[in-house]
Write a protein that binds this ligand. Structure first.
Ligand code: HEC
Length: 134
């Protein structure tokens, strides 16, 4: 039995390593590409619930206080990659959220989103799982 357990433990250790690497990368990319608008602490822009004079939305928080966690992972991925274009927004919708296709690879986008997810509280994670259950 001992001989069998050993490799399993090693594999689990590797997976945890990969997760930690992805989160560290996501944190770095978040600071470089998202923090200017969404806030260094994911707090969003001041008065984010009020529209700008030009009618556009300000950058919402990505922490528990925002609505990022209301959306399924595919939507967050699509919005980050392509911006607020159909099917995520109506055609012609004007938004200051840039699409990151060409700037960030799919893996880098997943790392940023994993970092954002890692900052949500257990309560929010539980609510989200309930909300997104099909
Ligand atoms: C130039 C400012 C700016 C930068 C940089 C930026 N965003 Fe945004 N983001 C916005 C704005 C403004 C909105 C709200 C857009 C709207 O609703 O029209 C938004 C919305 C979003 C949403 C939708 C949130 C929701 O609850 O609907 C996601 C997801 C998002 N941003 C992710 C990111 C990620 C990840 C990065 C970094 C890779 C990033 N953004 C960088 C301005 C920015």
């Amino acid at each position: 039995m001992k001989a069998l357990l050993f490799p399993v433990v090693l594999l689990a250790g590797c997976a945890a390593d990969e997760d930690a690497k992805q989160l560290a990368l996501g944190e770095k990319l978040y600071a470089q590409h998202c923090a200017a608008c969404h806030g260094a602490k994911l707090e969003g822009q001041p008065d984010w619930q009020k529209k700008l004079p030009n009618g556009r939305f300000r950058a919402p928080p990505h922490d528990d206080s925002g609505h990022t966690w209301h959306h399924p992972d595919e939507v967050l991925f699509g919005v980050t990659k392509r911006g607020l274009v159909p099917p995520y927004a109506p055609a012609g919708y004007e938004s200051d959220m840039p699409g990151f296709a060409g700037k960030l690879s799919d893996g880098q986008i997943r790392a940023v989103l994993a970092y954002i997810r890692s900052r949500w509280s257990d309560e929010v994670l539980k609510l989200r799982a309930e909300m997104l259950k099909k």
